[in-house]
Design a protein around this ligand. Structure first.
Ligand code: XBP
Ligand code: MG
Length: 227
C-alpha cells in the first residue's frame, strides 16, 4: 500500500468538527429567530445529506415548508460559517489521535498530503489555524473543497479535483475518510480508502474500505503508513 500522496477528508476525519458545525447551525437558527434546533439524533440523520446549505434545504423540505427559501438559506449559511470560524478561533476543537503525527511524518518522508472535503476552503483554514497555527496551504500541499466542485460527496468530483491538483493517478494515493458518503466518493474516484469512523458515523457500514481503524494512531496504522 505504498503511496505518493495521502488525501484526507476534514469533518470527522481530522477532528470531530461535526459537533462544532451543529452548534454553529443551532446558534444561527436562534439568532435568526427560527425555531429549528438540531439534536445529535436529528443531526445523525441530517448528515446523510452532505453540505450545510443542502442540509438546511433538506430539513425545510422534510418539514414541508417553503421558508427559509433558497436565498435565505444562503444568507443563513454565511452566518453559520462565521460562527463556526469564531468557535474554532476560541480553541474549540482538537485533532483526532494520530492525525498530526501522520501528516508531519508523511511530509517529512516526501509523501504529499491533500484535503478532499465537502466543506469550504474557509472552514479548512479555520481548522488549520486553530489546530496547527497555520493556514491550510501551509499544512497541506493541495486543498480541494466542496464549493469548488459541481457535485458534493458521495460523487467523486472532489477527490478527482484533488488528484488533478496533485497531478497523480488514483492508484498512487490513499484516502482517509470517516463516513459512508466519503467512502463512496473516494471509491467512485478509484482510490483505496482507510476509514476511521467518527461519533456520527460509527453505525455505518464501510464495506469496500481497505481498513477500518479506531483512529490514525501509529499503533493502528498499517506498516506502510508508519513513515
Ligand atoms: C462534511 C459535511 C459538511 C459539514 C458542513 O462531510 O457534510 O457539510 O457538515 O460544512 P465530509 P458546510 O466530511 O464527508 O466532507 O456547512 O461548510 O457545508
Ligand atoms: Mg467526514
Amino acid at each position: 500500500m505504498t503511496a505518493k500522496a495521502l488525501i484526507f477528508d476534514v469533518d470527522g476525519t481530522l477532528a470531530e468538527t461535526e459537533e462544532v458545525h451543529r452548534a454553529a447551525f443551532n446558534q444561527t437558527f436562534q439568532e435568526s429567530g427560527m425555531d429549528w434546533d438540531w439534536s445529535v439524533h436529528d443531526y445523525t440523520s441530517l448528515l446523510e445529506t452532505t453540505g450545510g446549505k443542502e442540509r438546511m434545504r433538506r430539513h425545510r423540505d422534510d418539514l414541508a415548508k417553503v421558508f427559509p427559501d433558497d436565498e435565505k438559506i444562503v444568507a443563513l449559511h454565511k452566518i453559520k460559517t462565521e460562527i463556526y470560524a469564531k468557535i474554532l478561533s476560541e480553541g474549540g476543537i482538537q485533532l483526532r489521535p494520530g492525525v498530526a503525527d501522520l501528516i508531519r511524518n508523511a511530509r517529512n518522508a516526501g509523501v504529499k498530503v491533500a484535503v478532499a472535503t465537502t466543506t469550504s476552503r474557509e472552514n479548512v483554514d479555520a481548522l488549520c489555524q486553530s489546530c496547527w497555527g497555520y493556514a491550510g496551504v501551509d499544512v497541506f500541499d493541495v486543498i480541494a473543497a466542496g464549493d469548488e466542485v459541481d457535485l458534493k460527496k458521495p460523487a467523486p468530483d472532489v477527490f478527482l479535483l484533488a488528484l488533478r491538483r496533485l497531478d497523480l493517478l488514483a492508484e498512487d494515493v490513499i484516502a482517509f475518510e470517516d463516513s459512508l458518503n466519503g467512502l463512496r466518493s473516494a471509491l467512485a474516484a478509484g482510490i483505496k480508502t482507510l476509514v476511521t469512523p467518527s461519533m456520527y458515523t460509527a453505525h455505518q457500514n464501510f464495506a469496500g474500505a481497505v481498513r477500518v481503524l479506531p483512529d490514525l494512531s501509529e499503533k493502528n496504522l498499517p506498516k506502510e503508513l508508519n513513515f
